[in-house]
Design a binder for this molecule. Structure first.
Ligand SMILES: [Zn+2]
Ligand SMILES: [Zn+2]
Length: 326
């Protein structure tokens, strides 16, 4: 098992391989795999610079049973059928089917779960799955470019199969992570902190401050919203005002970070003005928390991000922060 406390280096497993590029909607859809190519180039440079602290891990397909930890069988069968024909939409118009979308989605889920297993058995300290973080998908349907929700599946896996007691999920994608947020709204074992552009001005139109969890889970969820134009300063202020106190009440056994890069200035789909400093800041704060509270168990997933240069900057910052001992 990975030891906690200060250390001289941290080893970060990053999912890398051609199977990773299969999750790609047809042009002109904005969620295509070419958006991550500049990141993969930067990763090569980072690997040369910091050596064995970055380990490339081959993508792996999830077993269907794992997908069924969260999704309904009817929906999984529906995706399989549409994947064979490659025609039509999996939702109401954002998420088209493409040939092989079923297998591509199994690779996304399997890769996220593989990193979790490698962290739990101590082969790597932390992980990053660039195509993971598909936070909009629902139990019974696709949404917002997300077919299978690897985050929700990972949470179910950690709670139900691994037997952990509390998971912390932090989401800094510009869009609210509705698929994860509402799936665990009444589950006090899942603490969720979600920063996003206000649902009044952006898809999916959800995620307001008064939504703090339901039933025995009241207080375990927190939405922090921004108006279009908010940047690094507003983000860090909100972290001090809301996140610190919320995180201090948390006793996670595993930390998951959805590190969508669509909040960076110049993203074609959103109105936020972050720089990669937000990603570096959040990753290093949570990295520290992970070593303090849960034997260093933290992994990050990519998510949105539709300006390839921004994606490269934000995710390189994530990997670098996780490789730098807190
Ligand atoms: Zn570490
Ligand atoms: Zn997004």
């Amino acid at each position: 098992m990975t030891t906690s406390g200060p250390r001289d280096k941290c080893k970060v497993g990053v999912i890398h391989g051609p199977e990773l590029l299969l999750y790609s909607f047809p042009t002109p859809h904005p969620f295509r795999s070419d958006r991550i190519i500049p990141f993969l180039n930067e990763l090569d440079k980072l690997e040369k610079a910091i050596g064995d602290q970055v380990v490339k891990i081959k993508p792996e397909m999830a077993a269907v049973d794992r997908v069924l930890l969260f999704h309904d069988k009817r929906y999984v069968d529906f995706v399989k059928e549409y994947s064979n024909s490659g025609k039509g939409y999996l939702d109401y118009g954002d998420t088209p089917a493409f040939k092989g979308c079923y297998e591509a989605s199994l690779y996304v889920v399997g890769s996220t779960l593989k990193l979790i297993d490698l962290i739990l058995n101590g082969e790597i300290d932390h992980g990053f799955n660039p195509v993971g973080g598909l936070h909009h998908a629902k139990k019974d349907g696709a949404a917002g470019f997300c077919i299978f929700n690897d985050v929700a599946i990972a949470i179910k896996y950690l709670l139900d199969e691994v037997g952990l007691r509390e998971i912390l999920y932090v989401d800094i994608d510009a869009h609210h992570g509705d698929g994860v947020f509402y799936a665990f709204y009444f589950d006090k074992r899942v603490r969720i902190l979600d920063f996003h552009q206000s649902g009044r001005t952006l898809y999916p139109g959800t995620g307001f401050e008064h939504e703090r969890g339901g039933g025995e889970a009241v207080g375990t969820k927190l939405n922090v919203t921004f108006l279009p134009g908010a940047g690094v300063e507003e983000f860090k202020q909100a972290w001090e005002d809301f996140a610190r106190d919320f995180l201090s009440q948390s006793s996670p056994e595993f930390i998951l970070l959805q590190a969508g890069a669509d909040g960076l200035m110049g993203d074609p789909l959103t109105g936020l003005n972050y720089t990669e400093e937000v990603h570096a800041f959040v990753a290093s704060q949570l990295h520290k928390l992970a070593h303090e509270k849960c034997h260093g168990r933290i992994m990050a997933m990519g998510g949105g991000g539709y300006n390839p240069d921004n994606v490269a900057k934000a995710w390189t910052a994530i990997v670098r922060s996780l490789a730098t001992p807190p």
